[in-house]
Each structure stands twice: as structure tokens, then as C-alpha cells.
Design a protein around this ligand. Structure first.
Ligand SMILES: Nc1ncnc2c1ncn2[C@@H]1O[C@H](COP(=O)(O)OP(=O)(O)O)[C@@H](O)[C@H]1O
Ligand SMILES: [Mg+2]
Length: 380
């Protein structure tokens, strides 16, 4: 009899991370080799205007929203699938080579801890359709389990930040400047202190909305428009009176709070501030919230590393640096990860944790009762 046993070596595992955040700009994707965390491909697909507008409307209650949410989810996932196919083509891999996709979906409501004490967080998504369109297992609904365990369900990226960016000898802060800004405080590992992380407040969301209204662009490219204005201190003071900024962590927020109407309510008392000065003041608001939280929660911070699209706003980066004297202010590029890849890589990492049945949340960050395995798997 011949020996039919064959020696097999396990095929190298790959994971895809897909992130579309509160900026509602589009989806960032990465394809990662699990063994060493190398990115084999990256892709970005902007949302068509129609989808962006639908997603914006779905941030608040409206007529027949279940129906419109479901159709928007299908439309979103068609773009996710296109992103996946682009990643596979770039990396020269096939669906069979990818263990799972971590698909964040699009947050349309975020109300953890409210109402019945548990509340909810909703990411519009169609993971079954994504599995169907790609032939790859999909990990979705990544925030809900943390919320079910009494947590904020956000931010979830700090666990990945800790794995990638923490230092033995110095306390660092990683800050994502997306639609909302969030910080991860990584105490020097030698201190043995827990990691903290929370949403500071607005990132680009208000800046983008104001730029769209007054210069007709989806964002203020490089922050060049804001660079020509002046901060209105009285308006800044009024914006900073928002109670969210004084809440102690764990805390998280979204467009539920920081939306155009929030800004308009404040602006009603400042009719004379010019559009460009409002934009400059909004830059100061984002910078002030972030810097204040760093100084309060990480007074020994030596290095501040930003990621997300807001890093391209030079005026914002300079405004942050000006408020953090003595701290090295840079992007995560300085630590080896391009700023636009961080969030998508974090969701690839979270998908890997889910598949391996390992927890993905940090209870010290979210306030959950304990570590939890995050996400639901939709098999290929
Ligand atoms: N060249 C640029 N100049 C200024 N801001 C930019 C630039 N490119 C991107 N951004 C900002 O980054 C945002 C997208 O960042 P992203 O990290 O994808 O956020 P999110 O995770 O919320 O989707 C855009 O909406 C815009 O505000
Ligand atoms: Mg984005």
C-alpha cells in the first residue's frame, strides 16, 4: 500500500481590514500578511456623492429609515467588495488566500450606555452580501459586544495601537484625526499602567461641513483656507462649553452630537464672525480638545503621533503642536505606519483576533466589564 499522507505546511494567513469612518469620505482598505503584519496592498475608494448624502441623512431619525438603511448598506458593501477585489489584484492573491475581512461598516447611531443602561451602537453594514460578493469570511458588528458588556464600544483601535506603538521607556499618545478625534494613551510599558483611550470630540467632521458650505469643497485641502483666518476667542470659548469635553472617560461620541446643527446653535450668538474665521476657530477647537486631553491624561507624554486624514491638514497639525510644547508631534509614519493605514490595519487585526477567539477590546478604555471577543463571523 502506498502512503497517501502528504506533508502540508499551513498556507500563510492574510487578513483584510476595511474602515469607513465618521468623515463619510470613503473606504480605506489594507491586505495584511498575518505572520509579520506587513501590508501587501492598500486601496481607497471614495463614496459617490449620493451614498455620502444618504449616509449623512441616516445619522438622524427620518421617514422609512429601515428600508433606506438596508439599501444604503447594500450600496456600501458593493464599494467594500470593489475595494477587496482591488486589494487582491494588487497583492496577486485570491479569495482563498484571505482568512477573513474585518468590515467595520458605517456608524449611523452611537448611543452606548443610554436609555436602558446598555444602549446601542449601529454600524450600517451588509456582511452577508459582502461574503457573497467576495467569497471570504467576514467579521462584522465589531462594536456591539463591548457595548453589551457595559462598554462604550469605542474606541476599539487602542488595543492595536498598544500592540504596534507602545514604548518601554516613554509615554506616547496616538491620536486619530478622523471625523471625530480620539486618543490612545500608551504609558511607558515599564510603568505597568493600563492603556486609556477615548474620543476627544470633533476631528474633521465640523471642518468638512463648514468647508463644504462656504468654499464648496468636501474638505479644506491642507488647511490652507483655515490658515488665512483668525481664531475668534469668544466663539471658541462658547464651543468649548460643550459638557462632553468635561466628561471623564470612558467616553465616546459621534455625529449624534457634533453635527452642523450643534455648530449653528452656537454660531447664532456670533453672527459677525466671518466664514473663514469660523473655520480657523474650528481648527482651534479640534486642536484644543486634543491637546487639553493629552496634557490632562498624559502629562508625561513625550511623543504625540497622529493618524487619519486630519494629518493632511497642516494648519490643524501646527495648531496641535503649538499647544504641546516639549512634546514630539509627528504622524505615525515616524513609527513605521502610514497615517491613512492605521485604522484599516486595526480592523484587519481585530478580525484576526475574532477568528482566533481572542479578545479585541481593552476594558480600561471602553469601560466594558471585561475582555470580550468582538464581532460576528459571516462564513464565505
Ligand atoms: N489633503 C487634505 N487636507 C485636509 N484634510 C484632508 C485632506 N485629505 C483628507 N483630509 C481629511 O481627512 C478626512 C478623512 O479622514 P479619515 O481618516 O478617512 O477619517 P474617517 O475615519 O472619519 O473616515 C477627510 O474627510 C478630510 O477631512
Ligand atoms: Mg475615511
Amino acid at each position: 500500500m502506498t502512503d497517501t499522507r502528504t506533508t502540508t505546511t499551513a498556507a500563510p494567513a492574510h487578513f483584510i481590514g476595511l474602515m469607513s469612518g465618521t468623515s463619510l469620505d470613503g473606504v480605506d482598505g489594507v491586505l495584511v500578511a498575518s505572520a509579520d503584519g506587513r501590508v501587501l496592498a492598500e486601496a481607497y475608494l471614495p463614496f459617490p456623492n449620493e451614498l455620502r448624502e444618504t449616509l449623512m441623512v441616516l445619522q438622524a431619525p427620518s421617514e422609512n429609515e429601515l428600508h433606506r438603511e438596508a439599501l444604503a448598506a447594500n450600496a456600501l458593501v458593493r464599494i467594500y467588495a470593489e475595494c477587496v477585489h482591488k486589494l487582491l489584484a494588487t497583492a496577486g492573491l485570491s479569495a482563498a488566500d484571505v482568512t477573513a475581512i474585518g468590515a467595520h461598516g458605517q456608524t449611523i447611531r452611537h448611543r452606548p450606555g443610554e436609555f436602558d443602561g446598555i444602549g446601542y451602537t449601529r454600524q450600517l453594514n451588509a456582511p452577508a452580501l459582502l461574503a457573497e460578493l467576495t467569497g471570504i469570511d467576514v467579521v462584522a458588528d465589531i462594536r456591539s459586544r463591548d457595548v453589551a458588556a457595559g462598554g462604550q464600544g469605542a474606541p476599539l483601535v487602542p488595543a492595536y495601537h498598544q500592540a504596534m506603538f507602545s514604548s518601554d521607556g516613554e509615554t506616547r499618545v496616538v491620536c486619530n484625526l478622523g471625523g471625530i478625534s480620539n486618543v490612545t494613551i500608551l504609558p511607558a510599558a515599564s510603568l505597568g499602567q493600563p492603556v486609556y483611550g477615548f474620543d476627544c470630540g470633533p476631528g474633521n467632521a465640523l471642518l468638512d461641513g463648514w468647508a463644504a458650505r462656504h468654499i464648496g469643497q468636501s474638505y479644506d485641502d491642507g488647511g490652507t483656507w483655515a490658515a488665512t483666518g483668525r481664531v475668534d476667542d469668544a466663539l471658541l470659548g462658547a464651543l468649548l462649553s460643550e459638557p462632553y469635553f468635561r466628561q471623564t472617560p470612558p467616553k465616546s461620541t459621534g455625529r449624534d452630537l457634533f453635527h452642523a446643527a450643534w455648530l449653528d446653535t452656537h454660531l447664532a450668538s456670533f453672527p459677525k464672525v466671518s466664514p473663514v474665521d469660523v473655520q480657523t476657530t474650528l481648527v482651534a477647537l479640534t486642536a484644543q480638545c486634543v491637546a487639553h486631553d493629552v496634557l490632562r491624561y498624559a502629562p508625561d507624554c513625550k511623543g504625540f503621533y497622529a493618524c487619519g486624514g486630519g494629518t493632511r491638514n497642516q494648519t490643524l497639525m501646527q495648531a496641535i503642536a503649538a499647544r504641546l510644547p516639549g512634546v514630539t508631534v509627528a504622524t505615525t509614519e515616524a513609527l513605521g505606519v502610514p497615517p491613512h493605514q492605521v485604522e484599516a490595519r486595526a480592523f484587519a487585526w481585530l478580525a484576526e483576533r475574532c477568528v482566533a477567539r481572542q479578545p479585541g477590546n481593552l476594558p480600561s478604555v471602553t469601560g466594558a466589564k471585561g475582555p470580550r471577543i468582538l464581532g460576528a463571523i459571516y462564513p464565505r
